[in-house]
Design a protein around this ligand. Structure first.
Ligand SMILES: Cc1cc2nc3c(=O)[nH]c(=O)nc-3n(C[C@H](O)[C@H](O)[C@H](O)COP(=O)(O)OP(=O)(O)OC[C@H]3O[C@@H](n4cnc5c(N)ncnc54)[C@H](O)[C@@H]3O)c2cc1C
Length: 527
C-alpha cells in the first residue's frame, strides 16, 4: 500500500492551505479531492461563478422541510473541485470581528483568540495596497480591490451614507461597522482561490500527490490510531493508502462529519443502528450546524443596467475577449462588490451584514425575477438557530440526513426583519431613488407591518453558503476536536475546515477557514 506522512481529505479552502504548508515543510502529502480539477473558465473569471453552481463542480445539499422556513426544504450549494468553496464563492474577503475569536478562547479554544488569529490572517494574506497594522503582504492568499465597480454598487454605497451609515474603506481594519466596497480574493483580474494560490505554488513538487475524482469513504484505524484512508474512484474502484503521521479531514462542514461517522466516530447508538463499528463514541459529531441566512430586497432599475442582464451575444463576446486579453472589464467583478456591517440593536457589535448585488438574484429552485435591478441582502451575523448532519445509513453514496435548522429561533427572524427595514430605507435614499423605479419585493408600499415582513423572511430566507460548526472545537471532552484541532478520543486525526468553528464568525467564512488551516499547520509543525 502507498504510504505518506500526511493524507489531506478535501482540496478546498482548508485543504489546499494545509497542503501548501506541509509540502513546504518537506512532508510527503496525499491530497484527495472528490470533485474534478478547477479547469472550468467560469471559475477563473470572477463574475461567472454563478454558472458553476449546479454543475459537477458543486454539491447541492438539500435539507429536510424546515418548519421555521414556512415548511420549505433549504438548499446549500458547496464547492466540489480543487479550491472547494474558494473556487465557486463570491470572493468577499472578510475575517469576522475580534470578539468572535475572543469568545472562542473564552470557551476553551486557547490559541484561537484574536491576537493569535490576527497574526495567522496576516501570515496568510498578500494585500495589494494595505499593510500593517491590520494586513499582511507576503502570504500566498492574494487580496485585492476588484477592477470593476458597477454603477449600482456605487449608488448603494452613497445611498447607505445618505441613510445614516458611515463609509468604511476596510472592514478588516480598525472597525467592522459601516458600508463600502469589499476587498476580494482576486489577483490580476482573476479569482484567487486556494487552489490558484496556495496549491499552485507547490504543485509538481515530488513530495505532493494530488488526486481528483477521489471520494473518501472512511478513515482506516489500527485500534484507535488513524492508519490511512479509503476512497472510491468514478469507475467504482476502492483504493486505500497508509499514513505515517496524520490524516487531516478538510471536506467541509457538511461532509467532514459524514466521513467521521462512516469511520466509526459519532453517536454510538446511531452508528450501531446503521451497522457501523464504533471506534469512539462522540455524540456531538454532526450537531451544532450553523449558517448565515439572508433575504433579498429587490429594486427595479429605470434603465436596463444590471451587471449581467445585457451580457449576451456580441456584448458577451466583447466582455470575454476583454477579460482574456487584458483581465479588465465587467467579468472581473465579483458581483457582490459592495455591502456593509450594521449594529441594528445598539449592542456595539454589528448584527447584520449587507451583501449587495447589481442584479436581481434568485436561489436554487427559484428563478430570478425578470428584468433589471438591484438586490440588497441583509443577513443575520450571529444566528441562534442550530441544525444537524446525520447519516441515513452505512452507504457512503447516500446523501446526508440534513436538518438546516433554518429560522428555528424567532430571534433570527426578528434580526432579518430589522435588516429588511434597513435595506428598504437605503433603497429609498436619494442616490438609489434616482435609478430605481420601484421596490419589487417585499412590497412597493412604503409601510408594511412586521407580521408581513416576518412572513416574507420565512418564505424567502436562503443560505449565504456559510455552513460551519458540525465538528465543534472546544476545551471540554464532549467537543469533537480539541483546541489543537485533534479529534478527541483517537490518535493521528485532525480536522481543518469550517466544521470546527464553535460559533459562526460575524462575516464571510472563507478567510477564517484559511486562517484555521494556517493555525492547524502551526500546531502540527510546532509539535
Ligand atoms: C456559492 C458560494 C459563495 C460563497 N461566497 C463567499 C464569499 O464571498 N466569501 C467568503 O469568505 N466565503 C464565501 N463562501 C463560503 C466559503 O467559500 C466557505 O466557507 C469555505 O470555502 C469553506 O472551506 P472548507 O475548507 O471548510 O470547505 P470547502 O472549501 O467546501 O472544501 C471541502 C472540499 O472537500 C471536498 N470533499 C467533500 N467530501 C469529500 C470526500 N468524501 N472525499 C474527498 N473530498 C471531499 C469537496 O469537494 C471540497 O472541495 C461561499 C461559498 C459558496 C459555496
Amino acid at each position: 500500500m502507498e504510504s505518506y506522512d500526511y493524507i489531506v481529505v478535501g482540496g478546498g479552502s482548508g485543504g489546499c492551505t494545509i497542503t501548501h504548508r506541509l509540502v513546504k515543510a518537506g512532508k510527503s502529502v496525499l491530497l484527495l479531492e472528490e470533485g474534478p480539477k478547477d479547469n472550468s473558465p467560469y471559475i477563473h473569471m470572477p463574475a461567472t461563478f454563478i454558472r458553476v453552481i449546479g454543475t459537477e463542480r458543486t454539491f447541492i445539499f438539500t435539507s429536510e422541510p424546515q418548519a421555521g422556513a414556512a415548511g420549505r426544504v433549504t438548499y446549500v450549494p458547496q464547492g466540489r473541485t480543487l479550491g472547494g468553496g474558494s473556487s465557486v464563492n463570491a470572493m468577499v474577503y472578510i475575517r469576522g470581528g475580534a470578539q468572535d475569536y475572543d469568545d472562542w478562547a473564552a470557551r476553551g479554544c486557547t490559541g484561537l483568540d484574536w491576537q493569535n488569529v490576527l497574526r495567522a490572517f496576516k501570515k496568510a494574506e498578500s494585500h495589494m495596497r494595505l499593510s500593517e497594522p491590520w494586513h499582511g503582504t507576503e502570504g500566498p492568499l492574494r487580496v485585492s480591490d476588484t477592477r470593476f465597480r458597477h454603477p449600482l454598487s456605487l449608488a448603494f454605497v452613497k445611498a447607505a451614507q445618505e441613510a445614516g451609515l458611515h463609509y468604511n474603506d476596510d472592514f478588516n481594519g480598525e472597525q467592522q461597522h459601516g458600508v463600502g466596497f469589499y476587498h476580494t480574493t482576486t489577483f490580476d483580474g482573476q479569482r484567487g482561490s486556494t487552489a490558484a494560490t496556495y496549491l499552485a505554488e507547490v504543485l509538481g513538487k515530488p513530495n505532493l500527490d494530488v488526486r481528483t475524482d477521489s471520494a473518501v469513504t472512511r478513515v482506516l484505524f489500527d485500534g484507535r490510531r488513524a492508519s490511512g484512508v479509503e476512497w472510491r474512484t468514478p469507475d467504482g474502484h476502492i483504493r486505500t493508502a497508509h499514513v505515517r503521521a496524520e490524516v487531516i479531514l478538510a471536506a467541509g462542514a457538511l461532509s467532514t462529519p459524514k466521513i467521521l461517522m462512516l469511520s466509526g466516530i459519532g453517536s454510538g447508538a446511531e452508528l450501531r443502528s446503521h451497522g457501523i463499528d464504533l471506534v469512539y463514541d462522540a455524540p456531538e459529531v454532526g450537531l451544532n450546524y450553523q449558517d448565515h441566512l439572508e433575504v433579498s430586497i429587490y429594486g427595479r432599475t429605470r434603465e436596463p443596467i444590471s451587471l449581467l442582464g445585457n451580457d449576451k451575444g456580441l456584448t458577451a463576446l466583447r466582455h470575454g475577449l476583454q477579460w482574456k486579453l487584458f483581465r479588465t472589464g465587467l467579468l472581473t467583478s465579483n458581483v457582490v462588490e459592495s455591502g456593509g456591517f450594521v449594529d441594528t440593536v445598539g449592542s456595539g457589535r454589528p448584527d447584520i451584514q449587507l451583501h449587495v448585488l447589481p442584479v436581481l438574484v434568485g436561489d436554487v429552485g427559484r428563478e430570478p425575477l425578470p428584468g433589471h435591478g438591484i438586490s440588497i441582502n441583509p443577513c443575520v451575523l450571529r444566528p441562534a438557530s442550530r441544525g444537524s448532519v446525520r447519516l441515513r445509513g452505512a452507504d457512503p453514496a447516500a446523501p446526508i440526513l440534513f436538518d438546516s435548522g433554518a429560522l428555528a429561533e424567532q430571534a433570527d427572524v426578528d434580526a432579518l426583519v430589522r435588516g429588511v427595514k434597513l435595506a428598504r430605507n437605503i433603497l429609498r435614499a436619494p442616490s438609489l431613488r434616482k435609478v430605481i423605479s420601484e421596490e419589487i419585493e417585499p412590497s412597493a408600499a412604503s409601510e408594511i407591518g412586521d407580521a408581513q415582513l416576518q412572513d416574507y423572511v420565512r418564505r424567502q430566507a436562503k443560505t449565504v453558503y456559510h455552513p460551519v460548526g458540525t465538528c465543534r472545537m472546544g476545551g471540554d471532552t464532549r467537543a469533537v476536536v480539541n483546541p489543537r484541532l485533534q479529534v478527541n478520543g483517537v490518535d493521528g486525526l485532525r480536522i481543518c475546515d469550517a466544521s470546527i468553528m464553535p460559533t459562526i464568525v460575524s462575516g464571510n467564512t472563507n478567510a477564517p477557514t484559511v486562517m484555521i488551516a494556517e493555525r492547524c499547520a502551526e500546531f502540527i509543525l510546532e509539535a
